[in-house]
Design a protein around this ligand. Structure first.
Ligand code: FE2
Ligand code: FE2
Length: 280
């Protein structure tokens, strides 16, 4: 039973639709040596929704330290092609995060709220821990739970067992997923990101956000995303996960944060989050 479900899930990952054609075109242009910022702005500008998301993310990721970008050209010039690539990928996938997920008892918009809160905190933490690319942390935070989009329907097939594990046996959400389905949402998200040819750093941030020490190349980002998600879950901001606000001990160790430091960090990050202007 579990084996069949796992096979179906793996097939669903394999059948995943590729990123939309316009996004693929932009990503291809980013690889061409003679692509200019103007051409890129033109390509991104063809898709209004994508354009406004890239602008929004570029501004959100600058933490208000730089004057607001009002044109795509400015955003591209400021961030550079490499960072724009990450933002375009994030923007392309993030619109899927808005729907409701009955398996996780999340209404429409709730996963999105958790994603934006995690992104904002991850980028704040990136600055605190001198992580060199805060935009990457932002997108990592935004996309870390994408695996839930696919796992949702499979959880419903054995829902009683899933709920019992979490509420009676006090199992962590990702462990309950593994027990019921064979893979957790972080592993599934990592496979999705790989399928969409995301940069390794993002694949690892997503795949290892519940096991940061397994991240070979970028454990710091996986740890930052783990902490960000835990902090964003405080007061159950947009998520139903009884132990989601507990950071992974490995994440604390990687970032050299002891439990007293964490309490302080969490309060500061939380205060920063609630003082943010409401984003989209
Ligand atoms: Fe997660
Ligand atoms: Fe999360």
């Amino acid at each position: 039973m579990r084996a069949t479900r796992l096979t179906q899930l793996l097939q669903a990952i394999d059948r995943l639709r590729p990123l939309p054609g316009n996004v693929t075109r932009i990503l291809r242009a980013l690889e061409e040596p003679d692509t200019t910022a103007s051409l890129l702005a033109e390509l991104i500008g063809l898709d209004q929704a994508l354009a406004s998301q890239v602008l929004h993310m570029a501004n959100a990721a600058s933490l208000g330290y730089a004057p607001e970008c009002t044109t795509l050209h400015q955003a591209i010039m400021r961030l550079g092609f490499k960072r724009i690539k990450t933002l375009v990928m994030g923007a392309a996938v993030s619109n899927q995060l808005n729907r409701g997920l009955p398996g996780y008892r999340l209404g429409p918009g709730q996963l999105w709220n958790h994603a934006v809160a995690s992104a904002t905190i991850a980028q704040w933490l990136a600055q605190r821990f001198n992580y060199p690319n805060p935009e990457e942390a932002y997108i990592g935070g935004l996309l870390h739970d994408i695996g839930k989009l696919l796992l949702d329907q499979y959880l419903l097939l054995d829902y009683q067992a899933f709920l019992e594990l979490m509420h009676t046996k006090k199992t962590l959400l990702w462990q309950a997923e593994e027990t019921v389905i064979g893979l957790n949402h972080a592993q599934v998200g990592g496979m999705m990101a790989e399928k969409w040819s995301f940069p390794t750093v993002l694949v690892e941030a997503i795949r290892y956000h519940h096991a940061p020490s397994l991240s070979f190349e970028h454990p710091h980002l996986a740890a930052i995303v783990n902490l960000a998600s835990a902090i964003a879950t405080r007061d159950t901001i947009g998520i139903t996960d009884p132990y989601g606000d507990i950071p992974h001990p490995e994440a604390l160790a990687i970032l050299h944060v002891n439990s007293a430091d964490y309490e302080r960090l969490r309060d500061q990050a939380y205060r920063y989050l609630v003082n943010q202007p409401q984003s989209s």
